[in-house]
Design a protein around this ligand. Structure first.
Ligand code: SF4
Ligand code: SF4
Length: 309
């Protein structure tokens, strides 16, 4: 569990990353971590890679510190928890892709005086003082529905990721990106309905039915839905969407850019008459028989045709 990880310490606006479990006394070689703010994280992620849930937890802690005004991160070379050190570089990548000031990353030598001080600090049960200066650091970041930033209850990482990226070509990076495979997705909407922070939504189309809709669709029955849209800034990696998807059509990517919308095609089931939709990539085959996913699976429409000749 991510919440069971050792916690960083905060001293005088500096974030001190936790020591690796079991390595605090012995030390040990760690993957290189850039001391240059904003450097790309491609060579910085040590194995094993954290799960999406764990990565969200780690980066949200960095986001809280950053909103708190913290701009310096210190880690003990050879003993820092590699997940935290990689998270520092990944968090900086999120910041720089939005034109926000990155945190300065500093590695402290194992034999330095600073290292002894850090070990002494971690030997104490220090209480993080993340909230100091919190309100002052919020200015300039977007708030929810134009509300006072001091009362924005969204996770710190969500707030930072809500800042639009710089540059039209690449766009901003996101810690967690839910990605739907349109070739596998049946259009059941289960993931959309279950997502707590509404990171998955349906985009409504114009009211007129699409001329591309299958011929079985009676006039006026095409729902005003045209695409799945993903809001990766809001995803908190809870994993409910992956759990609920019977088609294994959605997965959580880490440190990726926002996916394109997935266009939907709508029709009415020729057996039960319910209005359904599916990604265009998969709708062609599904719509050819004119059945919804339930009728196609159960075949009960055949029984109906027998009972009601
Ligand atoms: S990704 Fe899965 S749960 Fe979501 S709409 Fe597609 S099939 Fe349904
Ligand atoms: S992981 Fe959770 S928050 Fe993210 S899209 Fe899936 S259901 Fe929504």
């Amino acid at each position: 569990m991510a919440s069971q990880r050792a916690q960083p310490l905060f001293r005088d606006g500096i974030m001190i990353l936790p020591l690796q479990s079991g390595a605090a006394e012995t030390g040990g070689a760690q993957p290189p971590v850039s001391a240059s703010p904003g450097e790309a994280p491609s060579t910085l992620s040590p194995a094993p890679s954290p799960s999406p849930e764990e990565l969200f937890y780690l980066l949200d802690r960095f986001a809280e510190a950053w909103l708190d005004g913290c701009r310096r991160v210190v880690m003990l070379k050879g003993a820092v928890d590699p997940a935290w050190s990689a998270g520092a570089a990944q968090f900086n990548a999120l910041l720089t892709s939005r034109g926000l000031e990155p945190m300065a990353l500093r590695r402290v030598s194992e034999h330095s005086k600073a290292a002894r001080t850090m070990r002494a600090l971690f030997a104490e049960t220090a209480t993080p003082s993340r909230r100091g200066g919190f309100l002052g650091a919020l200015s300039g970041l977007p708030s929810e529905d134009g509300a006072d930033p001091a009362f924005d209850t969204r996770p710190a990482l969500t707030r930072i990721q809500s800042v639009e990226g710089e540059g039209e070509d690449e766009g901003a990076l996101f810690a967690i990106v839910p990605r739907i495979d349109p070739a596998r997705c049946s259009g059941c909407d289960a993931c959309v309905r279950i997502c707590p922070p509404e990171a998955l939504t349906l985009i409504e189309a114009a009211s007129e039915a699409s001329p591309e809709a299958p011929p079985e669709a009676p006039p006026g029955t095409s729902p005003d839905i045209s695409a799945y849209h993903v809001h990766p800034e809001s995803c908190d990696a809870c994993g409910l969407c992956e759990s609920v998807c019977e088609d294994a059509a959605i997965r959580l990517e880490t440190m990726a850019r926002a996916p394109d919308d997935i266009p939907l095609k709508a029709w009415s089931c020729r057996a039960c008459g319910v209005a359904v939709h599916a990604p265009e990539a998969a709708a062609e085959s599904r719509a050819q028989d004119g059945l919804c996913r339930i009728c196609a699976r159960t075949g009960h429409h055949k029984n109906l045709f027998v009972v009601l000749p």
